[in-house]
Design a protein around this ligand. Structure first.
Ligand code: SAM
Ligand code: SF4
Length: 328
């Protein structure tokens, strides 16, 4: 799949549920409503769509959400998609999770052929963790991470930079990741979703957030590219690989290779745009070939770049969709 700007699209993120057992302050409001069950794509519908996507050139899939591991019987979907990895149709199946259910699911992920996962962790301080996630238990997440490590999964920690909240958590996180052999990726907050009041006040550029790392250690730019938008650095002498995702301060859209399937079956061509096509309707009311036609339409809708900077500056331009529905 080549879009209107010559970018090759081979990476699909699937939000398997918009529900979550956390309410991270930057992601969603405390009182969040979720989609009714019939609106969700069933596992059969997701696997049907994935088959079509693979025919169109998708090679990498990340399961996300909401929290993917809270959807009932998620192992059924993980195993079904894992078959595509085992028979070589997919290069990689990965997941982004908050880690709270990893102790239970790590063996299932490993058995399905997952090699690596991203775990979101914004601090190693239990009280700060509870505050940011609105109720999460740090020990449960850390146990889950160790279970994933014990099952041979490579782990990348995702940490959202929050001004006035977790700046002091960065150096402990850098040391924790280096000691455990994890990668660390830092993310700037994006203006997605209504009702998240502190997000703009909490925004800090990664140039500013990472200043203490540059003070204590030396950073060397790496040529390494992952499927995602991060730029990578090696932190010496720790040997840590540090990824920086800077949607706000350093645009990366010219390299974008991603599309997103929402919980209710829409394909969004960009996290920062409302342009989409409705594949669920095509599946439920049309024919499978209708899905293929819509995918070609969707490719033409992919914008050149997101407009997060304008959306930050002008509240009336902000997208109503939250990160959990589209899939981070
Ligand atoms: N629940 C899983 C988790 O937290 O890893 C997967 C879904 S979550 C929406 C995916 C990623 O998006 C997480 O790393 C989270 O920190 C990040 N995220 C959520 N809202 C964000 C926002 N407004 N700006 C930047 N990153 C955000
Ligand atoms: Fe849940 Fe992930 Fe959003 Fe936190 S970032 S509320 S864990 S979906």
């Amino acid at each position: 799949m080549i879009d209107g700007f010559g970018r090759s699209i081979d990476y699909l993120r699937i939000s398997v549920t918009d529900r979550c057992n956390f309410r991270c302050t930057y992601c969603m409001p405390e009182m969040q409503s979720f989609l009714p069950q019939p609106d969700l794509l069933s596992y059969d519908e997701i696997t049907t769509l994935v088959g079509r996507f693979i025919n169109h050139g998708i090679r990498k899939i990340r399961l996300t959400g909401g929290e993917p591991l809270v959807r009932r019987d998620i192992a059924v979907l993980i195993n079904a998609l894992g078959q595509h990895v085992k028979n070589g149709d997919l290069e990689e199946l990965t997941m982004t999770t908050n880690g709270s259910r990893l102790a239970q699911f790590a063996p299932i992920l490993a058995a399905a052929g997952m090699k690596r996962i991203n775990v979101s962790l914004d601090t190693l301080d239990p009280d700060q963790f509870k505050r940011i996630s609105r109720g999460g238990n740090l020990d449960t997440v850390l146990n889950g991470i160790q279970a994933a490590k014990a099952h041979g999964l490579d782990i990348k920690i995702n940490m959202v930079a929050l001004k006035g909240e977790n700046e002091d958590a960065l150096i402990p996180m850098v040391n924790f990741c280096a000691q455990n052999g994890f990668d660390l990726t830092l993310i700037e907050t994006m203006p997605l979703g209504a009702g998240v009041s502190d997000r703009e006040a909490n925004y800090i550029s990664l140039d500013a957030f990472t200043a203490p790392v540059r003070e204590h250690f030396s950073l060397h730019a790496l040529a390494h590219k992952s499927a995602g938008p991060a730029r990578y650095w090696r932190v010496e002498p720790l040997g840590l690989r540090l990824g920086l995702i800077t949607p706000m301060s350093h645009n990366f859209c010219d390299q974008c290779n991603r599309i997103r399937l929402t919980t209710d079956g829409k394909i969004y061509m960009c996290l920062g745009s409302e342009l989409h096509v409705d594949l669920r309707r095509a599946l439920r009311e049309g024919t499978p070939s209708h899905v293929d036609t819509l995918l070609q339409t969707a490719l033409r809708l992919k914008p050149q770049r997101h407009e997060f900077e304008n959306q930050f500056a002008q509240p009336d331009l902000r997208l109503k969709r939250h990160m959990n529905a589209t899939g981070g």
